[in-house]
Design a protein around this ligand. Structure first.
Ligand SMILES: *Cc1c(COP(=O)(O)O)cnc(C)c1O
Length: 425
């Protein structure tokens, strides 16, 4: 038995399914989960000493690559001064100031420890602010695993074909309304009927947890217009797109300012951080200034704040978003040149440094448009790429991430590995 298999057996004895998050179990692609030992730049090494070029990048946080020197130094320095105070620290103020300066919706910021927590808290805030109960989400958008939002979410839930989760009473999701993405008419009908009782509409402006379902800007604009008209707050869940699509995330990209925004992943530079932000008068409704309770023992943790600050500062100082766009363009043009002539069953969908192998055809914009057979060849593709030294997401519904540590050869190599698979299958 190899090292990965041995560790997996040990893990399964004491951890449900052997993993701390379901997609890691390789259920959708088969085979033994990989235990990673170290990462450097765009490269990761597993327990058996095999090296891979990594296009998962911890699902987004590692926009600067693994073990970036600035982040490692920041973590070392901060941790030597104490790993937690349960009290305010300077770096949390600095990071909040930076988020405020970069994102158009972030007048005030509150830090938490995960994206799940950020969205869950923002939903409470929206209900507290409006005195309304109903919330609106879109099929295929993932907003973390809090009860009210586990309705037709993406990520692992798609893989398992479950619309929801056991353990979530119907009563808990009864106030969560669900609409398809990309459907103007459904949106108008909903707001005509329920607009006045809806506290919050939340959406991934760049839906990236159920493939990459890029939205028509006009649909997002309509959502902004209708929410404003009906006094419903709008939340952009930018846990993936925040600081990824540029300094102002999807909000700046589309020129639409939501009332509330959530962050995660990149904002912690690889450490567990989430945040929610929004207009000052809304955010001031949070305890201790307002009646909406929200708290966290490790929120604003000094080590995590130092890592997040180092990450955002480095992105800004190195003009990272320009070079990330160039790498994305290179990947796309290489796919068109090398793979397209092979007539593969997939198309490449890309925005900035995010990419996804979509089913062939017009770019899907709604979860309902995705064919059932999508995962069929994906398991083979996944293992063929591992063989060639490329680690991509172990699920057809998860997207790929390019970091500043990836060079042209990494991107061209991935395309070549895809091409070899398409040639042989
Ligand atoms: C990852 C993600 C979350 C959940 O964040 P966690 O840190 O995994 O809890 C929420 N929303 C979106 C859009 C995400 O991509």
């Amino acid at each position: 038995m190899g090292q990965n298999a041995e560790w997996y057996e040990r893990a399964k004895a004491v951890i449900p399914g052997g993993v701390s998050s379901p997609v890691r179990a390789f259920g959708a692609v088969g085979g033994t989960p990989i235990f990673f030992e170290k990462g450097q730049g765009a490269s990761i090494t597993d327990a058996e000493g095999r090296n891979f070029t990594d296009f998962v990048m911890s699902w987004g946080p590692l926009i600067l690559g693994h073990a970036h020197p600035r982040i490692v130094e920041a973590v070392q320095k901060a941790s030597a001064l104490g790993t937690s105070f349960g009290a305010p620290c300077k770096d949390e103020v600095r990071l909040a100031e930076l988020v405020h300066a970069l994102h158009p919706a972030a007048e005030k910021v509150r830090f938490v420890s995960s994206g799940t927590e950020a969205v869950m808290s923002a939903v409470r805030l929206a209900r507290g602010a409006t005195g309304r109960k109903r919330i609106l989400k879109f099929t295929g958008c993932y907003h973390g695993h809090s009860d009210a939002l586990l309705v037709a979410a993406g990520s692992g839930l798609v893989t398992f074909g479950k619309p929801s989760s056991a353990g979530v009473p119907q009563e808990f999701t009864g106030l969560t309304s669900l609409l398809p993405l990309d459907d103007d008419e459904a949106l108008e009908t909903f707001f005509d009927q329920y607009g006045s009782e809806c506290a919050l509409a939340l959406i991934e402006p760049v839906p990236a947890n159920n493939g990459l379902l890029l939205q028509r800007p006009a649909f997002l604009q309509k959502l902004r217009t209708l929410t404003k008209k009906h006094g419903t707050l709008l939340l952009f869940d930018e846990v993936i797109s925040g600081f990824r699509l540029g300094q102002g995330g999807a909000s700046s990209h589309y020129g639409i300012t939501p009332d509330l925004v959530t962050f995660g992943k990149i904002i912690g530079g690889g450490l567990p951080v989430g945040a929610f932000a929004g207009r000052a008068e809304l955010m001031d409704l949070l305890a201790p200034t307002g009646p909406v309770y929200q708290a966290g023992t490790l929120s604003g943790n000094p080590v995590a704040m130092a890592a997040g600050l180092a990450c955002l500062e480095t992105l800004l100082e190195t003009h990272a978003w320009e070079s990330l766009e160039q790498k994305g363009q290179l990947l796309e043009s290489a796919f068109n040149e090398r793979c397209k002539p092979l007539n593969p069953p997939v198309d490449l969908i890309r925005i900035g440094s995010l990419f996804w192998l979509a089913p062939k055809g017009p770019p899907p914009r709604a979860a309902e448009a995705l064919p059932d057979n999508l995962p069929k060849i994906y398991g083979q593709l996944f293992h063929a790429l591992l063989e060639q030294g490329y680690y991509i997401a172990p699920s057809a519904f998860e997207i790929g991430f390019i970091s500043t540590a990836h060079n042209s050869d990494d991107c061209l190599g991935l395309v070549e590995a895809w091409a070899r698979f398409f040639e042989s299958s």
